[in-house]
Design a protein around this ligand. Structure first.
Ligand SMILES: Cc1cc2nc3c(=O)[nH]c(=O)nc-3n(C[C@H](O)[C@H](O)[C@H](O)COP(=O)(O)O)c2cc1C
Length: 204
């Protein structure tokens, strides 16, 4: 089993990474492979709503989103990590997730997911909520911890001193490992899908 952890920060080994590393180390202790994908300095366009993905089955913009979409079957779970920018996930991660979920969320259905956010002081809950919205529209079980998955600090050393935040990350890793093992052991086929309805709240 393998979990992919996204780092949306422009800092490859900054605060967000420090939190993700703790989750990844815990997963690995439980025998789950991990990969941390740093997308924070890639050029990631926002979604153009060109609807090309409906025809092609993947995002037609040729960048990291399309490359990652082709690899989604390799992974059994996902963690999306972001620094908090103005009480939200950062633009980089939002653009990446907009396009990934718009074009390829079917490949992540029923795969456990979690959000991790890193901030200096405030806005963590709003950013955490923002990221969780992707999972709950894509039929992905959301993995939780003992607190909302956030760490505090301006540099990795600060984050390491945030003992409660780091513990929250370890508990998250343990909980994700447990859920992945349950899913693997149960080997139950995915639920059948109804044909989607899109009513835009319009009534006859
Ligand atoms: C554009 C920008 C906006 C930010 N907004 C917030 C904020 O709303 N709340 C906060 O506590 N920290 C804010 N920060 C600080 C970062 O969230 C914080 O330093 C974070 O831990 C950095 O993580 P990183 O090292 O992974 O990049 C902001 C930083 C930047 C660059």
């Amino acid at each position: 089993m393998k979990v992919l952890l996204f780092n949306g920060s422009p800092h490859q080994e900054g605060c967000t990474y420090t939190a993700l590393r703790e989750v990844a180390d815990t997963l690995e202790k439980r025998g789950i492979e991990t990969e941390i994908l740093w997308i924070g300095r890639e050029s990631v366009s926002g979604c153009q709503d060109c609807r090309g993905c409906r025809k092609q089955g993947h995002c037609v913009i040729d960048d990291g989103v399309a490359k990652l979409s082709a690899r989604l079957d390799e992974f059994d779970g996902f963690v999306f990590g972001s620094p908090v920018y103005y009480a939200s996930a950062n633009g980089q991660l939002c653009s990446f997730m907009d396009r990934l979920f718009r074009s390829a969320s079917g490949k992540m259905r029923m795969k456990p997911a979690a959000a991790v956010v890193s901030c200096r002081r405030g806005g963590a809950s709003a950013a955490f909520d923002r990221i969780n919205k992707y999972f709950t529209i894509a039929q992905m079980p959301v993995v939780s911890s003992r607190y909302w998955n956030q760490v505090h600090g301006s540099c990795p050393d600060d984050v390491r001193k945030d003992e409660e935040g780091m513990q929250t990350m370890r508990v998250l890793g343990e909980n994700m490992a447990w859920l992945l093992q349950c899913i693997d052991k149960a080997a139950i086929p995915l639920p059948e899908q109804e044909k989607p309805m899109m009513t835009n709240f319009i009534r006859e």
